[in-house]
Structure formats: structure tokens, C-alpha cells
Design a binder for this molecule. Structure first.
Ligand SMILES: [Zn+2]
Length: 392
């Protein structure tokens, strides 16, 4: 009899819990649960790091490569550095600062508001993709660069319609509107984008096939790394997975090859280019509190940084900025071994944290990115350095 009396209460409690969980699922940044993934990385992944001394550059860059490690705080960086025998390509960067990542709505940002700040110079609410607090479209650096005749590109290991790359090209109220984000790609003259997310372009609710529409606009379409690599001129849509690309190590050299291919296509511009490259899945692994995942994703991202450095050191008119949208996992390192590459990490959350994240800059204009600044300052400085007019 007691159980019968209690059941409505239990039912309501269950409904309440489910509802709360649903809310958390939609706003991943504040998931407070520890996911209890594998906290130790045993080592065994290392590569040679080259040195690219920063020579005397011109004062302002012709090209900018913005590289975003999603969820990449100092612990994520140092876990990779430890695993790789104490060195990363990141060490080539001598101009270092910190980005304050809070959004307009929260101390702890999500990737949508974080990327919108980095792409437009405006803080907005969590979940917003290229729109302000009043849900009005903001002008991003990519659109400004296109208007000025620069070539532009986006590369991500996630779906290309995911929050970070999406916030560099689209204007939607919700990061979950993947098909709307895909449609916004078609409305621009972007030269190259490479990532996952093919289904949002091809099998859409309203029945349009955006891939065919891109083809009609003169884009070449590539569904695997080999055909991405073989595209050496013109405009390119590279979609290598239905949704996100697989995690490391299954993904192989995707990010290095995609970065190199994009740079090759964009460098054919007389007026310069803007390229954003995202190591999307450092965040995914950190959400799971999965140290081997964090390390492998971090090293993958660092190798792409090495690819960008090789280009910039030769080109000498290119500014590279490496930063994060926020930290994920509240990760810290309790022990490690530079000889074996072993990393022992602990996590304080399954969500994001509000702590400032590092900024690394290399090339003409790099000195602008030293010291503490707002995430929005990074966008403003990039726009100034490329002489892109800014809306007041
Ligand atoms: Zn996240």
C-alpha cells in the first residue's frame, strides 16, 4: 500500500529528473557529472617537432589562419606535450596571451557563443550561432573577408555544421539547427570547407540536395581524403563523414591533409585569405573525461599546427593564431612521464569550465595577442590586421 501512495511522487520525480537531464543534454557546457572515462594515457604516441624561427615579418599579415582547439585549456595542451616527450609544435609560438571566454549569458560559455565571439567580436548567449542577444545576424570575419576579395576556408574534424565552424558562416538562433546552418554555407562565396556533416547537405527534411546546388555553383565535391588532396585549384566542398568524422586514431591524417589542401587552394589568392581550422574533438574527449582521447586529439591538432607553421614560415605574410573557445572537463595533471609519455589526469566536471584559455600567435601582427584580453578582442584584432571594415 505504501508503494502505491508514493508512486505519483516517484513518477513526478522521474519526470523532473528526465526533464533536467534533457536540459543538460541540450546545454552540454554545464553538465556537472564526472564521466569516469579512462584517466590514464599509457604513452606510445610521439613525433618529431620542427623549429620554425620567426623571421622579420612585415607589420601586418596578408593571410590569417585561426586555429581553434575546442575545449583546449593548458592541461589539455600539457597532456599532449607530456605524451610527446615534452615538446609540441606550439612551442614555436613566442607571443602568448589569455582569452576571457565568458558569454553574454553565462560565466561558462558553450562553443556556439564562444565561436561567435571569435568570429564577430560580439558576445552573445549560449547556443547562438552568428546572432546577437536580440537574435539579429552579426557580420563575421569570413563575410567581411569575402567582401574585400580575400579567399576563405573552414576546416573541422567534427561536422562542418557543428557550433564552432557554423558560427563562422551561419546566422541561426540555435546550434542544433544543423540543416539551417548547412543552408547558410550556400549563401556565401566561401572557397573551401572540409569536415563531416554530409547528411545535413544531402538528406534534408525539405528535400533539397545542397551538394548538387554547390556543384551548380561551380564547386568540386570530395567525399574522401584522396580526392580532397587531388583537388589543386578552384572551389571545394569536402565532406568525409555523414556526421562527425571518427575520433583519433581512426581518423588518421585527416586534419593535416585537410589543412594542407585548404592552404594550397587559398594561397592562390592575390589579396590574401582567412582560414579557420578546428580540432573539434579535444572537447568531445574531455566531456567523457577520457585522457587517451584528449591526448590523441591534442597531438592531432598540434600536427595540423605544424602544417600551418611550415606554410607560414615559408610564406612570411601569414599570421597564425591558436586558441580555444573554452576549457572542457576542468582537467588537471597529477602525474606524467616525459620518457614514456604516460599522462595521469583528473577531471572536475563532465562539462565546460569558465577559466581563461591560452592564445598563441606567430607571424606579422603576433605581438597584438599578448596579455589578457576578451575573446571578442581576438576577432576585432584580426579584422583590424586584415583591414576589414567593422560595424560600429
Ligand atoms: Zn563542449
Amino acid at each position: 500500500m505504501k508503494r502505491v501512495k508514493k508512486s505519483p511522487f516517484i513518477f513526478l520525480t522521474l519526470v523532473g529528473c528526465c526533464f533536467t537531464n534533457l536540459l543538460w543534454a541540450q546545454e552540454e557546457y554545464k553538465d556537472p557529472k564526472n564521466k569516469k572515462g579512462t584517466e590514464v594515457f599509457e604513452g606510445g604516441a610521439s613525433y618529431q617537432v620542427k623549429h620554425y624561427p620567426q623571421k622579420t615579418f612585415s607589420k601586418t599579415p596578408k593571410n590569417i589562419i585561426l586555429m581553434i582547439g575546442d575545449g583546449m585549456g593548458l592541461a589539455q595542451i600539457f597532456s599532449g606535450m607530456t605524451a610527446n616527450g615534452g615538446h609540441l609544435f606550439l612551442e614555436n609560438f613566442k607571443n602568448i596571451g589569455f582569452s576571457k571566454t565568458a558569454s553574454a549569458s553565462n560565466y561558462t560559455t558553450d562553443s556556439a557563443a564562444g565561436a561567435t565571439a571569435l568570429s564577430t567580436g560580439v558576445k552573445t548567449f549560449n547556443g547562438a550561432i552568428g546572432v546577437d542577444n536580440q537574435k539579429q545576424p552579426l557580420s563575421h570575419i569570413l563575410e567581411k573577408a569575402i567582401k574585400k576579395g580575400l579567399k576563405t576556408g573552414l576546416v573541422a574534424t567534427s561536422s562542418i555544421t557543428h557550433a564552432t565552424p557554423g558560427a563562422f558562416i551561419a546566422h541561426v538562433d540555435s546550434r542544433k539547427s544543423f540543416e539551417d546552418i548547412a543552408l547558410d554555407f550556400l549563401k556565401t562565396d566561401i572557397d573551401v570547407f572540409i569536415g563531416g556533416g554530409r547528411k545535413y547537405f544531402e538528406t534534408r527534411k525539405e528535400g533539397r540536395n545542397l551538394i548538387m546546388e554547390f556543384q551548380n555553383k561551380g564547386y568540386q565535391i570530395a567525399y574522401n581524403l584522396e580526392s580532397i588532396r587531388n583537388t589543386t585549384s578552384g572551389k571545394l566542398v569536402g565532406l568525409t563523414a555523414a556526421d562527425h568524422n571518427p575520433p583519433m586514431p581512426e581518423r588518421g591524417e585527416f586534419l593535416e591533409i585537410a589543412t594542407e589542401s585548404a592552404l594550397h587552394l587559398l594561397n592562390q589568392s592575390k589579396k590574401g585569405f582567412f582560414l579557420m581550422v578546428e580540432g573539434s574533438q579535444i572537447d568531445f574527449s574531455a566531456h567523457k573525461n577520457d585522457t587517451p582521447g584528449v591526448v590523441l586529439e591534442m597531438l592531432d591538432f598540434d600536427k595540423a599546427i605544424g602544417t600551418a607553421l611550415a606554410f607560414a614560415a615559408k610564406n612570411q605574410e601569414t599570421l597564425i593564431i591558436v586558441t580555444a573557445d573554452h576549457e572542457t572537463g576542468g582537467m588537471t595533471l597529477l602525474n606524467g612521464d616525459f620518457t614514456t609519455g604516460k599522462v595521469e589526469a583528473k577531471y572536475t566536471t563532465g562539462g565546460h569550465t569558465g577559466i581563461a584559455v591560452p592564445i598563441f600567435a606567430y607571424g606579422p601582427g603576433a605581438a597584438e595577442f599578448c596579455g589578457f584580453m576578451e575573446n571578442t578582442d581576438i576577432a576585432k584584432k584580426m579584422m583590424q590586421l586584415l583591414s576589414l571594415e567593422q560595424k560600429p
